[in-house]
Structures are given as C-alpha cells and as structure tokens.
Design a protein around this ligand. Structure first.
Ligand SMILES: [Ca+2]
Ligand SMILES: [Ca+2]
Length: 207
C-alpha cells in the first residue's frame, strides 16, 4: 500500500536527476585485461555498451602497476602513457552508442607530470592522480575522446566511467510531468468525489 497519494510519486519521478542511469565503469586495471592487452586496439563490453580503445603507437600493456602503451624504443615506460620512446602517446576512446562521459581515473602522476584529454579539439590538462570529472558531457556514437601525455614521466589510465545517453522528448516529458499529477489529483480529490457520489445517489447524471 502506498503511503502517499499517487500524484506525489509522479511528481517525484519528474524531478531532475531522479531517473538517472547507473554509471558503467570500464576498469583497465582489472587483472582480466592481462589476457586482452598486447594489442593496439582493445574492446570492452559492459551492460550493453562497448568501449573501444586505440593506442597511438605500440600496444596496450596492463601490469599490476598501471595501464598504458608499450611503445617501441628503449626509453619507454611500458605500462604508462608517456613520451619515453620519443613519440607523445595518447589513447583514443570511442563507444558504440551515445554516452554521457562521467569521467576517468588516472594514477602515477608526480609533481612535474601533466596529462590531458582532448574532446572535440578542446584540450584540458590535469596534473594530479585521481578521478577526472567530465560532468556527464555528451559523446556521440563513434566520436572519440583522447587521453594523452603532455609533460613529465607519464601516468596510468586506470578506468573510464560513462552512462548511456538518452535525450528526453521535451513535449512528452512536460505532458507527463504536468498532466499525470493533475489527473491523479483530480481523481483523488474528496470534494469532487462527494459531489459525484451525491449525484449518483439522487439518480441524476449526464443526459
Ligand atoms: Ca600486460
Ligand atoms: Ca608508454
């Protein structure tokens, strides 16, 4: 039995953020990645969404210490995104559906290390380990976000987190959010029900 009238729950459902999707986490540090690396392209499927990561040069390498690009060259840090080989490394990431980008986690950044992400040509730098918050920005199917080295000794890309993107239909949402609560309220309004019951008892009704 509901403790509140129906219109209360309908209004609650229409509040912004109430009906949000569950975040989906792609964990590059998961030991299972060990059997998938050593290749230049890596695809992971989680809850119906497929992430594809493409290495700029070399192949992916997951170790207990990090996830990055193993590039050819003596100076490369093989489980980091760096430039030890002489080439600046970056990872392109695309999805097979429209998504909202929630963010990604990086680790191993020292005092002079700088990384960045490139979204639609706009490059944003970061210099500390942790979760880089992307705020749910929209990324269309097949469009890429790149995570790249900028300066210093490099870093590990630990995970990437998204939500499936669903654009609401404004007129339908507005109709539901305004019309259904009003309808539920009208049906449960006691004065109206009393009048209606009185009409029925007296035998009167619509012609
Ligand atoms: Ca490995
Ligand atoms: Ca590297």
């Amino acid at each position: 039995m509901l403790k509140q009238p129906l219109w209360f729950y309908l209004v609650l459902l229409c509040l912004p953020g109430f009906a949000t999707a569950t975040p989906i986490d792609f964990d590059f540090r998961d030991p299972v990645i060990e059997s998938l690396d050593d290749r230049a392209e890596l695809s992971l499927e989680r809850l119906g969404i497929t992430l594809t990561a493409i290495a700029s040069n070399g192949v992916f390498n997951r170790t207990s210490a990090g996830f990055g690009i193993n590039a050819e060259g003596a100076g490369d840090d093989t489980d980091n995104i760096d430039a030890g080989s002489g080439l600046v490394e970056f990872i392109d990431i695309v999805f097979d559906v429209d998504v909202s980008l929630l963010g990604f986690a990086v680790s191993g950044l020292g005092a002079s290390d700088i990384g960045a992400y490139n979204l639609d040509g706009l490059i944003t730098e970061f210099s500390t380990s942790g979760f880089i918050d992307l705020g749910g920005v929209y990324l269309a199917t097949g469009k890429k976000i790149a995570v790249q080295h900028v300066d210093g000794n490099g870093f590990s890309l630990d995970s990437f987190t998204v939500q499936p993107y669903s654009a609401p239909e404004p007129p339908m949402v507005l109709l539901l959010c305004l019309g259904l609560p009003l309808l539920a309220f009208a049906r449960s309004a006691k004065p109206w029900n009393k009048i209606r019951r009185g009409i029925c008892r007296n035998g009167a009704g619509p012609a």
